[in-house]
Design a protein around this ligand. Sequence first.
Ligand SMILES: [Zn+2]
Length: 254
Amino acid sequence: MNKVQTVSKEALAVLDDKIQLIQSNQGSIYLVGPIKLPINLYGETVVFQWYCWLQTKEVKEDIHQIIDKLSSANLAELQQSSVLIYGDFEHQEDALIRMHSICHTGDIFGSKRCDCGFQLKESMQMIVDHGAGALFYLANHEGRGIGLFSKAMAYILQENGYDTVEANESLGFVDDSRNYDDAIQVLKALRSKPVTLLTNNPKKLAALIDAGLPISGRTPLWGDVSEFNEAYLQTKIKRSGHLEAEAEGTCPNA
Ligand SMILES: [Zn+2]
């Protein structure tokens, strides 16, 4: 939807201190927020602070110019990433973070082909229980970065005997093309102290450390535990040293 008029002075005055510019080698990130977001988490209402960001190649310091430019860009066709903050994220000594890769089927539809939907909710609950943290929802990470249409094709291949890696590679994609640079820049704008990463995936931990995320530790995020599989999972945790790698191995996003 395109606007014909330029942004009003009144709106600019409201937005001026709610949009910050983060400059990087790759261009700039505009971070808008915080916005109060009450969320239904397992039947309880929990208030998070929500921020959304937009990455562009050019740098414009004047937010008037940015907003005017946005109105002519077809942003609804391109997904933007965002982050939910809980507690005193900037100052609390230890904060939990989750870098959650978007999973349309798991997060929105509750698909049981993967446990992404469960991990999304569970990580939010763990952050709340911890007292401070952030959930980064990374919109350009669908299907380990191959996109939704390609993920659908990969699922068909998987139904025909391919594993996740083979399916992605036979479609011409590298197995994992996710990039965390913009999320890390945003994190650094919101907090300078190190963070504890919520993940079961040692490769993701290594990728984030390589990308410059200041990490003080890692907390595992167990899979879809229910009355049906809890005893089984507990036994595996106690008796098997390699559940970590398996636990996030069920989804193309893991
Ligand atoms: Zn998933």
